[in-house]
Design a protein around this ligand. Sequence first.
Ligand code: GLU
Length: 463
Amino acid sequence: MTVRTRFAPSPTGLLHLGSVRTALFTWAYSRHHQGVAVLRIEDTDLERSTPESVKAIFDGLAWCGIDFDEGPYFQMQRMPRYKEVIQQLLAEGKAYLCYTSREELDQMRAEMEARGEKPRYDRRWRPEPGKTLPLIPAGIEPVVRFRNPIDGVVAWDDAVKGRIEISNTELDDLIIARPDGTPTYNFCVVVDDHDMAITHVIRGDDHVNNTPRQINILQALGAAIPVYGHLPLIFNADGSKMSKRKDPVSVVDYQDLGILPEAFLNYLARLGWGHGDEEVFTVAQFIEWFDLANVSPSPARFDREKMLWINQQHIKAADNARLAELTRPFLAKLGIEAGPALVEVIALLKERVTNLVDLAAQASYFFRHDAAPAELAAQHLNEEGRARLARLRTALTAIDSWDVPTLAAAIKAFVAAEGVKMPLVGMPLRAAVCGTTQTPSIDAVLALLGKAEVLARLERTLA
Ligand code: GLU
């Protein structure tokens, strides 16, 4: 059997991190089993679906490097097929027309609630042997209802949550087509999962209530029942629900925070899944290790610090040239166009940051000379500091081979000659040349900046 999974997002907003986690697990499961991953866009909610959201899904998946083998299929393009299956179920007596009006449904509900019952449709239009159906009222377009089994249970072994059993008495005769003939959500999902020969439905826990209804319809279609695995929801670190307004929840938010795609996937993988003590891993390793059996059914908690730590590990491991290209847009946001030396700059700085925003900020002084802020200047570029820098400038001017060992030796000799401790030279030097004291080893910074630039910056500061 070939494993076939699907990721079936609704294009109704930005691509949410929970959706990316679902996409990742779906995709990794099929990759692990040399199966097929299908992408299906569930765009039947015409009021909420937008082309921008479809684009956000494609862009977000591309950024993450999650590539599908089949699709994208668009549900709106499959309408004739859904209608065909509705006709088939009607013809087979597995679905029926229901003319109950809105008012009648409201009345039904009120009466049942008054009797202390759970409100439900009373199946008044459901044909049964020997039953007389109501007269078809004028002026009402019927809905189509699925003839749900009355007795027994729907049961499945959820690959994440374990055995689940729902009594059919809990399930109404689901509306599968609206009065205008358009199919409803659960029905389209079922027809698609069947037609697309999906073997494993991996999706968020918020869909677990749909599963018994979908299984009943699949059974009516004579279809094979896929394996279902419902992934735990993702909450904030404090256990509160993630909010689209307050919390970064979309892929774009994480791009803006300077998270690497491989780190994003690494972190998402750990939300509800684990492989021993492994914290930092590649996508290839994740695919190798991934199994639904290791997904936890309990809700996962999003931990921003942990994500940044994982990002830091991936930044350290990343190729410098690639990192430089990824950092360029963040430098551009600071108004900085970096030259080719950016790769060396990145090599020098990458151990010191947890994200690309900070990397760009720290790289900025290599490409632009900003004067030290007043407070820093008062501390390090006071009279004493400036006098010392003037003497240091003379020593640096005399250097012929401008490289790290020579610079290190020259600074060391200067410190000895001044009879002070290293910071009394290093800090004014950093403040003057870099506009900040937060830099890596100053000899390495000076070497990269080049002699002319360093002397020009000292000149400007001391002027
Ligand atoms: N379209 C649904 C969603 O975006 C997913 C449906 C499914 O996976 O069955 O939540």
